[in-house]
Every structure is written in structure tokens, then in C-alpha cells.
Design a protein around this ligand. Structure first.
Ligand SMILES: C[S@@+](CC[C@H](N)C(=O)[O-])C[C@H]1O[C@@H](n2cnc3c(N)ncnc32)[C@H](O)[C@@H]1O
Length: 296
């Protein structure tokens, strides 16, 4: 039998060599929220609460996984993105705060588009993972259709659950973006399809950047979601730019999350492909992280 207070001590002791104390406190709060229904205040007021044996087994198992540097989001099977709940597992990238900034930018721009035209917009997300981008956009704008593509069937299964859970209607497609020459396979009758907004946060980490990455990302998150070759780091951007030129509507916009080290290179590629009004923005950490480009 152990109290919450005593367990917290053990918990902190086990993790103190690996994580800063603020992070350990956050992990502990997540676990007591999940298994005991505690709030941050309960943690103080009910610190003498006794953890039942079956729940302690769960805590012990999670503590072991944290010690092995498994991300807490995978341990709990969920996370928050744009203040919405998302299921995640080892098949989906854990949504990042930088991507929330991209979503906020898109929502602002779509609101401007919606004011200019009486037609509601159609949007496509390429490489959707957990579905965090299209789902959070769908929750915040008026739209006609939202579609999303991923190569990973298992990621799409999670994305479908997330759309249901967040009560939005999104069409998901299992497609290898590098193997198609156009997007007409997304239209019901396979005829020319167009989108007002195309967005993508594709794989963009070069092999050469692996050595600077955290062990918990490298060993746990799906490599198919992260890495590109050193020789051809813009492979996805070039392909998506080509598809966007074919399928963006007249006033259509293309949005990318990008590799912070390849901002200028990505802008040049878009310029060379004829995109207009290209804007490169930094993320909250001050790194070049996202691009907006217009077709016309
Ligand atoms: C960086 S993750 C982004 C996931 C999610 N959009 C987010 O922002 O959290 C890139 C996604 O692209 C998908 N992907 C990788 N190669 C692909 C391909 N050839 N065709 C379509 N999707 C692909 C991966 O499965 C992964 O879900």
C-alpha cells in the first residue's frame, strides 16, 4: 500500500537522471489524471490517498516505459492538439506545437477566403498522420469538403477514429503521394478535382540531422513520418508543388510545414515552379518553419 505522495517520491527518484523536475511533475500529473481522476489541486489536497494495487501496477508499468524514454503521449495513447483531444499510437507522429501555429495561420487565411467568396472552401491535407491538421481546421472554419491522404493504413485508422471522436466529417484516402501523377483519384468519378487549400507537413528530417535528435523521437516515432534522404530532402515538397499546380483552384493556397534549415531552398523551389506571394514564417522557437504560397 502506498500513498500518492510516497509514490510521487519514488517516481521522481527513478526519473530524475533523465528528465528535468518540471517534466517529471507533468508526467505524474498526467498519470494521476488518467488513473485516479485527480486534478492538479487534488494532487495537493489528496496526497495521502492510497493507490490501489491494480492501479499501482499500471503506474509501475508506465514508469518503466517513461524510464525507457517512451513518449508519454504513446504511453497514454492520446494527446492534445489545438485544444482538441487526439488518439496517437506508434503509427502516428505526435503532433507538435509548431504545427498548431501552421493550423492557426491556415484558419486565418481561410476566414479571409470565406469572406471574399460565397462558396465554402475545399481543403486537402497530404501526410495526415493522426489527422491533427484537417480535424483542427474542420472544427474552426466553414468548409465544403476536407480530404486527407496518408501512405500509412495504420495511421489512417487512428485519423478516422480522431475525426469521429471530434465529430467532423473528413474523407481519408490511403495514397502514396510519390507514386501518383495527379489527384483525380480523390474525386468520386475520377475527373478533374480542385482544392482551395492544399496543406502538408511531410517528412523533412534529413538523415544527417539524426545525430542531433532526441532518443525518444528516434526510437519511438515512425521513421516513415520523419525522414528523407540527404540527397533529395525536398522530394515531397517538389511532388506536392507539382500536384498543387494541377489541382489548386484559381485563388488557391498551398501551405507547408518545413525543415528549418531548408527555408530558402523551399522558397526558391516554389518560386521556380511559378508560385506567387510566397511567405516564409518562423515558429515560436524562432526557426523558419512554415510557408504559404499562392497559385496566382
Ligand atoms: C511529418 S508526418 C506529419 C503527420 C501530421 N500531419 C502532423 O502534422 O502531425 C508526415 C506524414 O506523411 C506520411 N507519409 C510519408 N510518406 C508518404 C507518402 N509517400 N505518401 C503519403 N503520405 C506519406 C507519413 O505516414 C506521416 O503520417
Amino acid at each position: 500500500m502506498i500513498t500518492v505522495k510516497a509514490y510521487k517520491k519514488v517516481f521522481s527518484e527513478v526519473l530524475k537522471e533523465i528528465f528535468p523536475s518540471t517534466e517529471i511533475d507533468t508526467f505524474f500529473l498526467f498519470l494521476v489524471e488518467e488513473y485516479l481522476g485527480f486534478t492538479r489541486v487534488d494532487l495537493v489536497l489528496k496526497s495521502d490517498f492510497i493507490i490501489e494495487e491494480n492501479i499501482k501496477i499500471q503506474f509501475d508499468s508506465d514508469l518503466k516505459r517513461l524510464k525507457n524514454q517512451e513518449p508519454i503521449q504513446y504511453i497514454l495513447g492520446k494527446t492534445e492538439f489545438f485544444e482538441l483531444p487526439f488518439l496517437v499510437d506508434i503509427n502516428t507522429l505526435i503532433p507538435r506545437p509548431e504545427t498548431e501555429e501552421l493550423v492557426a495561420w491556415i484558419i486565418d487565411e481561410v476566414k479571409i477566403l470565406n469572406k471574399k467568396s460565397s462558396n465554402k472552401i475545399s481543403l486537402l491535407d497530404i501526410g495526415t498522420g493522426s489527422g491533427c491538421i484537417p480535424i483542427s481546421i474542420a472544427k474552426n472554419i466553414d468548409f465544403e469538403t476536407i480530404s486527407a491522404i496518408d501512405i500509412s493504413k495504420k495511421a489512417l485508422e487512428v485519423a478516422i477514429k480522431n475525426a469521429e471522436f471530434n465529430q467532423v466529417s473528413i474523407s481519408f484516402f490511403e495514397v502514396d503521394i510519390l507514386k501518383i501523377s495527379n489527384l483525380n483519384l480523390l474525386s468520386k468519378d475520377k475527373t478533374q478535382i480542385s482544392f482551395d487549400v492544399i496543406v502538408s507537413n511531410p517528412p523533412y528530417v534529413r538523415e544527417l540531422e539524426k545525430s542531433a535528435m532526441n532518443k525518444n523521437v528516434l526510437e519511438n516515432e515512425p521513421h516513415q513520418a520523419l525522414f528523407v534522404s540527404d540527397e533529395n530532402p525536398l522530394i515531397f515538397y517538389e511532388k506536392i508543388a507539382d500536384l498543387a499546380l494541377q489541382h489548386l483552384s484559381e485563388n488557391g493556397l498551398l501551405f507547408f510545414e518545413i525543415n528549418q534549415y531548408l527555408g530558402n531552398q523551399t522558397v526558391d523551389m516554389l518560386t521556380n515552379n511559378g508560385f506567387k506571394n510566397i511567405e516564409l514564417r518562423k515558429d515560436l522557437f524562432g526557426n523558419d518553419r512554415m510557408i504559404k504560397a499562392a497559385k496566382n
